[in-house]
Write a protein that binds this ligand. Structure first.
Ligand code: PML
Ligand code: MG
Length: 243
């Protein structure tokens, strides 16, 4: 039996032009109204504040690619400094050179809506629009998500995104720090490291966060990479509810 067509449901909320929150689901038509309601409620209840602009959007999901979730490993760190050092160590162990320079560039992601796309070796920035960055979008966990309708599950959503990103052409690794002031856990991900959850990677109360996607390959591959991140709908299989 053919499965019913799926739709991407997206929410983006901002205040005074600054990004507050965003989330998305990939669901069959019958589940679109509930997904819109849940994402709308979420936009209104974000710890970063009440938005003055909430956008909800529904698009046909098109052709779906299924990828497995990256395996999850917890890295126990107690302070932001320890967490950043652990992230750097993992990237270096994974064959990324110039890690201190990459970590220094991380600060520049704080004001961006999307991620920085960085050549892992030359450190050249590859995003067509540097203020916006590159946004990984059109993705969800493959398993039915009835219990997922309510509050944000940082871990699950991040694992979905990281698993999609590592399936993109040319991507070799990612580093992420949440921009939610009270969410201190971040991660480093790659195909060989899996999803390394770093228990503490920033100070509580700190609103700065961002993502860097590290790319390796010919420049001719960059458009394919960006197209995959932004346009290919991906369902991630085997995403656990809790880490
Ligand atoms: C975000 O706020 O969107 C990033 C969340 C990172 C989640 C890390 C984890 O809990 O595994
Ligand atoms: Mg956030």
């Amino acid at each position: 039996m053919d499965s019913p067509p799926l739709f991407c449901v997206k929410m983006r909320a901002s205040a005074g032009g600054a990004h507050v929150s965003g989330a998305e689901r990939v669901v069959p038509a019958a589940a679109v109204p509930a997904a819109l309601a849940a994402l709308g409620a979420r936009a209104l209840a974000h710890p970063k504040g009440t938005p003055d602009d909430i956008r909800l959007r529904v698009e046909p999901a098109g052709e779906i690619l299924r990828v497995p979730a990256l395996p999850v490993v917890l890295e126990r760190t107690a302070t932001a400094a320890e967490g950043m050092a652990r992230a750097a160590e993992l990237l270096a162990a994974d064959g990324v050179s110039r890690v201190p320079e990459i970590m220094a560039l991380f600060r520049e992601t704080y004001a961006m809506r999307g991620a920085m796309l960085l050549d892992a070796d030359t450190l050249e920035r590859l995003e067509p629009d540097r203020a916006r960055g590159v946004r990984a979008t059109r993705m969800d966990a493959a398993e039915p998500a009835a219990a997922d309708a309510g509050a944000k599950n940082h871990f699950r959503e991040a694992l979905v995104l990281a698993s999609k990103v590592q399936a993109a052409p040319g991507i070799v690794a990612e580093i992420c720090v949440s921009d939610d002031p009270d969410y201190v856990t971040g991660y480093v991900a790659s195909k060989s490291l899996g999803y390394r959850r770093i228990a503490t990677i920033k100070e509580r109360g700190d609103p700065s966060g961002g993502r860097i996607f590290l790319f390796r390959g010919p420049r001719s591959l960059v458009p394919d990479c960006i197209r995959f991140l932004q346009e290919q709908t991906v369902l991630v299989e085997g995403v656990p509810w809790t880490p």
